[in-house]
Design a protein around this ligand. Structure first.
Ligand code: IMP
Length: 177
């Protein structure tokens, strides 16, 4: 029998939905009359991404990319492995990278280099969360959901060891879970 555990709510569903709508409004305004390529950074951003693209009302082409960091679940080791790259053209396109969380900034730093090499027309970053405390790279987040303190959050796509992604809210884990 698997013990059930309900993590404490950190940011609730309604608050998330309001921020996602606000970010979509900003994207709609910035790219009015144009098309954007929105890139889902798997796996953590998949729920944020699907909510965001459905609130964007300009034409969107979707792409998916997957990177993983060497190290354990709580700690980036400083090296990244590209597991899945985009399949469509990026050159000359308006690209928005959609991340779940910027922590040390390594992932987005490396992804930015990766996309700049593909010569997009514009390259923007959307991130649901930003933890400034551990930032090691200079990062500009164009569309930010929430700046948060340095705690480990799960839910709304974010995981701990593959679990809790399905929670509809952002939660924090208590010791022992
Ligand atoms: P960075 O490369 O250090 O900025 O880390 C980004 C990645 O670390 C995210 O895409 C997440 O996969 C993971 N990560 C960092 N903090 C958390 C957290 O609080 N909860 C879940 N995953 C996290």
């Amino acid at each position: 029998m698997i013990e059930s555990y309900t993590p404490e709510v950190f940011i609730g569903e309604e608050e998330i939905a309001l921020r996602v709508q606000a970010l979509a409004n900003a994207i709609n305004q910035d790219f009015f009359g144009q098309e954007v390529v929105m890139v889902c950074v798997l796996k953590g951003s998949f729920i944020f991404f699907t909510d965001l693209i459905r609130k964007v009302n300009i034409p969107v082409r979707t792409e998916f990319i997957s990177v993983s960091s060497y190290g354990d679940d709580n700690f980036s080791s400083g090296e990244l492995k590209m597991e899945l790259d985009v399949t469509g053209a990026i050159e000359g396109e308006n690209v928005i990278i959609v991340e779940d969380i910027v922590d040390t900034g390594l992932t987005i730093h490396e992804l930015t280099k990766h996309f700049i090499a593909k010569n997009p027309n514009e390259l923007k970053l959307a991130s649901l969360l930003y933890k400034p405390n551990k930032l090691k790279h200079s990062i500009n987040i164009d569309y930010l959901g929430f700046e948060i303190e340095d705690k480990f959050v799960i839910g709304y796509g974010l995981d701990y060891a593959g679990r809790y992604r399905e929670l509809p809210y952002l939660g924090v884990l208590n010791a022992g879970h």
